[in-house]
Design a protein around this ligand. Structure first.
Ligand code: ZN
Length: 170
């Protein structure tokens, strides 16, 4: 992921060397000294609820095409995470929502993605419209009716959402 072949600074072919505790692509030219650091990818996720139900979108792209998942997407460099969360919900569902509490942060060893997950509340759903090519269908589900979800963290996130709702219902 995000591998590059040539040094962006001097154009020489990069080699793998141990630097700062990990194998990293580095420039063989000691005068250049370029090291390719791979940063994590931050994803903002929102569990949008309305009338006690959870909004899910059915994915129109791989990975997980045909399976259901939450609204969310990558946080841009320099973008506030909360702003990214609201932007992604708007892009995928056309809803302007109220962002709620942080539900959790999810990451795993060897996985470049860090999920930052919020609760969210729709005040109305008249404007609901799947308007992103990535989502083929949007629907609301009661906690007991939630279908098979697309990604490894999803079951844990739903469990956290159900627990949070019991403590702090809308
Ligand atoms: Zn170089």
């Amino acid at each position: 992921m995000n591998e590059i072949t040539y040094c962006p600074r001097c154009g020489k072919k990069l080699i793998e060397q141990e630097k700062f505790g990990e194998l990293r692509q580095t420039c063989p030219d000691p005068e250049c000294g370029f090291i390719h650091f791979l940063d994590p990818k931050v994803v903002a996720v929102v569990l949008v609820e309305y009338a006690g139900k959870l909004l899910l979108g059915r994915r129109n792209i791989n990975p997980g095409k045909g399976l259901w998942s939450f609204s969310g997407g990558y946080v841009n460099r320099g973008e506030k995470v909360e702003s990214a969360a609201l932007r992604e919900v708007k892009e995928e569902t056309n809803l302007d929502i109220k962002l709620g509490d942080l539900l959790g942060v999810y990451s795993d060893t060897g996985n470049p993605v860090i999920l930052i997950v919020f609760r969210g509340y729709a005040t109305g759903i008249e404007n609901l419209r799947a308007q992103d090519d990535e989502v083929m269908e949007l629907a609301f589900f009661r906690p007991a009716e939630i279908p098979k979800l697309a990604f490894p963290f999803d079951e844990n996130i739903v469990a956290a959402w159900i627990k949070a709702r019991e403590k702090d219902p809308v």
